[in-house]
Design a protein around this ligand. Structure first.
Ligand code: HEC
Ligand code: HEC
Length: 222
């Protein structure tokens, strides 16, 4: 468990040493050191507070309901952690999984820590986990037409519209979230501006099988 953290410290030490040898731009060397220090802090925070559920490589763990988060964009990660911290997500009576996550977000005591963890997780290589649902991608293609406006035809998301990438999302987690949006467990809090954009979209999917089909299709995109 501590191996990764030790490696990060070593990497920082190496960068510090390299920065001291013959670099003609002290400002540049300083920037490198600062970003390595931030990486090391992000790594330490991840190991201490996130890894037990989201896994060593951010691959997630469906046994505890924790999705794969590796490689999600920094802006999306930071915003979700803030939502959990602020109770905009993970406080609904029926949000059992969100309530597991919320106390973890609260362990990050300041914005700097949230920024560092978001930057760190965003740099982890994305992990696409194996399919667990019996969706029909061919049938789901038509339903995905509604999603393209925000998440794009390749499912890569669109920061300007606050829409995250969804082509690599775990299928079981995507099903929970679409159900949560549809039933008001996610996206109904008065301060959840982005969730309010997504919630009506989930309602375009008639039933659970329609959700599974769309999910199967969106996961063919990556
Ligand atoms: C006790 C287990 C647990 C720990 C520890 C934990 N999480 Fe989570 N996390 C979850 C669960 C469960 C969910 C799914 C919530 C849901 O279904 O809405 C989640 C969801 C998330 C999401 C939302 C992903 C998305 O696609 O919207 C982010 C981001 C996240 N966690 C980041 C973190 C970070 C960063 C840490 C460390 C500070 C952390 N988690 C620690 C259990 C955990
Ligand atoms: C109007 C724009 C819009 C459309 C259309 C849209 N979404 Fe979204 N979607 C969003 C936004 C914004 C979020 C992020 C919500 C947040 O920040 O909590 C989101 C989040 C999601 C998530 C949660 C991702 C995660 O990691 O937790 C899934 C899954 C999703 N959308 C699937 C879909 C599907 C499937 C469709 C088509 C049926 C669709 N979306 C249509 C805007 C949209």
């Amino acid at each position: 468990m501590k191996v990764k953290s030790t490696l990060a410290v070593l990497a920082t030490a190496v960068t510090l040493l390299a920065g001291g040898t013959g670099c003609e731009h002290p400002g540049h060397a300083l920037a490198t050191v600062t970003s390595s220090a931030a990486d090391a802090e992000g790594d330490a925070l991840y190991v201490d507070y996130c890894q037990q559920c989201h896994g060593v490589d951010g691959e997630g763990n469906d046994g505890v309901g924790a999705p794969s988060i590796a490689g999600l964009p920094e802006w999306y990660l930071g915003r979700q952690v803030h939502k959990f911290k602020d109770g905009v997500r993970g406080t609904h009576f029926d949000d059992i999984m969100g309530m597991k996550m919320r106390p973890m977000a609260l362990t990050l005591t300041n914005d700097g820590q949230v920024d560092r963890i978001a930057a760190y997780v965003a740099k982890m290589p994305a992990v696409k986990t194996a399919a667990t649902l019996d969706g029909d991608a061919e049938k789901g293609k038509a339903g995905f037409g509604t999603c393209v406006a925000c998440h794009q035809a390749d499912g890569s998301g669109n920061e300007a519209l606050n829409a995250p990438p969804i082509a690599q999302t775990d299928d079981w987690y995507a099903l929970t979230q679409l159900t949560n949006f549809k039933t008001g467990v996610r996206g109904a809090h008065e301060d959840d501006v982005e969730g309010a954009q997504m919630a009506p979209m989930a309602k375009t999917l008639a039933d659970e099988q329609a959700m599974k089909d769309v999910i199967a299709y969106m996961r063919t995109l990556k």
